[in-house]
Each structure stands twice: as structure tokens, then as C-alpha cells.
Design a protein around this ligand. Structure first.
Ligand code: ZN
Length: 119
């Protein structure tokens, strides 16, 4: 497997996330989504573990909801790279704002956040 700049982490869960994520890309490198258009529960578990059981945006460990990074209304899909755990506060505050703009407005670390999505 080529080194494509993803984060290195020894944890089993982290490895599982990347192995599982690989399965979401077809041979053209386009993300697939499951036929029902929503993540299976196992996928959600792995995503949540990948983010350490914290809000992907502010690292809050409260109740986590599934947030589309690019909102569905703006063409975002329910794929492994577009669903993250978000606390209720972030989820409702973000709305349909562009994630980078929104995170900068809130003083959140967009670089750290986006590093999770490097292929
Ligand atoms: Zn949050």
C-alpha cells in the first residue's frame, strides 16, 4: 500500500478505520456509499471511535450526532468522508455554512480537522 499521507496511529481502531475506509472507494477513487444511502451502524461506530468518541469539531465528549461535513442540501453525500460525530452545539451552530469558514469563525482548528481526510 502506498504512503498517501494519512495519519499514523498504532491503535487497532485507527487502522480499522483506514482499512474500512479503503473499501468505500471504487477503482476510480470515487467514494461509494451503501445502497441505502446511509451508514450502517458499524460504520458509525468506527467513525465515532476514529474521532476518539469526541465531537470532530470541538472535541466535546457530550452526546454525539451524525453531521454531514458538506450538508446534504449542498450536495454532500452520506459517505465515510462526509460524516463525522458532532456535538449538538456544533451541529446546530454549523448549519449549512461551509465547514472551513464556520470553524474559523468559531476559532476551531480546521487544519487538525481536515488532516483526517487526507487520502
Ligand atoms: Zn462540538
Amino acid at each position: 500500500m502506498q504512503d498517501c499521507g494519512t495519519m499514523q496511529n498504532d491503535s487497532m481502531t485507527q487502522s480499522l478505520f483506514y482499512i474500512w475506509r479503503e473499501m468505500w472507494y471504487n477503482s476510480c477513487g470515487e467514494p461509494k456509499r451503501d445502497q441505502r444511502g446511509k451508514l450502517a451502524d458499524i460504520g458509525w461506530l468506527i467513525i465515532r471511535n476514529h474521532w476518539g468518541g469526541q465531537c470532530a469539531y470541538c472535541a466535546n465528549i457530550g452526546e454525539l450526532t451524525r453531521d454531514h461535513v458538506v450538508p446534504v442540501i449542498r450536495g454532500g453525500q452520506t459517505t465515510v468522508d462526509n460524516v463525522v460525530p458532532a456535538c449538538r452545539s456544533c451541529n446546530s451552530s454549523k448549519g449549512t455554512t461551509d465547514v472551513e469558514i464556520w470553524m474559523n469563525q468559531r476559532g476551531l482548528d480546521y487544519q487538525r480537522f481536515s488532516s483526517h481526510f487526507k487520502h
